[in-house]
Design a protein around this ligand. Structure first.
Ligand code: PEP
Ligand code: MG
Length: 379
């Protein structure tokens, strides 16, 4: 419940005066965005767009797009999705009342939108016996064929993130247009909007270069159509070690970096984020191989070094670069302290963690500024 006591509100207001680190929230829908706003978030640091596609009414359209044999078929499905995406974004922009909203273009592998392979196989086998030659069987067989084509050994290291946008640019184009139509519509109503478009899983500057151009082209087209000038920025997630190590090149194409420390932890340790916790991580922690779960508490010695490198290289190439973090660590106390020390501009966390993050950000300032003062007074 977003109700906070008066005393706590007062404490938070005081914390806000002290803190230097911005606090945003991860929100994928208008309800979460409203909660985030009520809890005092200064923007949305990560709007994941995949859940919008999972809606029961939309999944058949998404599957139609994935199954499409050719470009016109795919475009037909995408055109159906566009107005739905537009209203998703309008809702989130409205809820954030002019604060910046970072929208991340589609990230997960496409198989996540398809039926389960095993279940499909059972269905197909049954139909082959009970109803051979039926249209239903044909449809399921076609689905199964596609699901098999989409199968990957390591989907989290596979065809996801900007790799999708590179191969199916029309998906990202639809999303970018939906964002700009939403922004234009609200601007028409006199509302302020600050869209920030974020490209996921970039590992090479050329990926960002191409996807950024695609976004710019979409903006130009929507501006021509609507006659509305839209202010926006384009940035990237830094969640692959190579992106952190080549952040100077990447910064040339980015207005902002957001460190995706969930994936960055996965790729730095080489731990599958979907498996490690259930397999060996608990034993590692119990046996003191690791001090704590790196997916919950940022590993400052390894993952943190990549964040520091990314910030340093990025800012050297582009001093105006905005930097934030939007992995789970953005809502964890000691990780927030690390973000302060590394000089990030903001952290982004779940809406319910926003109050805690505001306090932790203030604590970081007090802790480290006081230390500095002590050094000055003893010197
Ligand atoms: C991340 O990788 O840290 C991140 C925020 O993105 P996601 O968890 O959606 O992969
Ligand atoms: Mg990620």
């Amino acid at each position: 419940d977003p109700e906070l006591s008066d005393e706590f509100q007062l404490l938070l207001a005081w914390a806000d005066q002290e803190r230097k680190l911005g606090v945003r929230a991860n929100a994928d829908n208008p309800e979460d965005a409203k909660k985030a706003f009520e809890f005092g978030a200064g923007g949305v640091g990560l709007c994941r767009t995949e859940h919008m596609f999972m809606d029961l009414k939309r999944i058949p359209i998404v599957q139609k797009m994935i199954l499409a044999e050719n470009y016109p078929e795919r475009m037909e499905a995408l055109e159906e999705l566009l107005p739905m995406q537009q209203s998703d974004f309008e809702g989130i922009f409205e809820a954030m009342q002019g604060f910046p909203v970072t929208i991340r273009l589609l990230d997960p592998p496409l198989h996540e939108f398809m039926p389960d392979k095993e279940e499909l196989l059972v269905d197909v086998t049954k139909l082959q016996i009970l109803d051979p030659g039926s249209a239903e069987l044909k449809k399921k067989e076609q689905l199964l064929k596609k699901v098999r084509q989409l199968d990957e050994y390591n989907p989290m290291l596979g065809h996801r993130g900007c790799r999708l946008g590179m191969i199916y640019p029309e998906i990202y184009e639809m999303q970018a247009k939906a964002i700009f139509y939403a922004a234009a519509k609200l601007a028409e109503k006199g509302m302020e909007v600050q869209p920030e478009i974020m490209i996921p899983l970039v590992g090479h500057v050329n990926e960002l270069k191409q996807m950024r151009q695609l976004v710019i082209d979409a903006a130009v087209r929507v501006q021509e159509e609507t006659g509305k000038r839209i202010e926006y920025t384009v940035g990237t997630m830094i969640e692959i070690p190579r992106a952190a190590l080549t952040a100077d090149q990447i910064a040339e194409e980015a207005d902002f970096f957001s460190f995706g420390t969930n994936d960055l932890t996965q790729t730095t340790f080489g731990y599958s984020r979907d498996d490690a916790e259930g397999k060996f991580l608990q034993a590692y922690i119990e046996n003191k191989v690791l001090p704590e779960n790196p997916f919950a508490v940022l590993d400052q010695e390894g993952v943190g070094k990549l964040v520091e490198t990314g910030v340093k290289l990025g800012r050297t190439a582009k001093p105006s670069l905005k930097t934030g973090i939007c992995g789970e660590h953005g809502g964890e106390k000691s990780s927030i302290d690390f973000c302060y020390r590394t000089g990030l501009d903001y952290v982004s966390c779940s809406p319910y963690r926003v109050p805690l993050a505001r306090l932790a950000a203030a604590q970081a300032t007090i802790r480290h500024e006081q230390k500095k003062e002590e050094v000055y007074t003893t010197a």
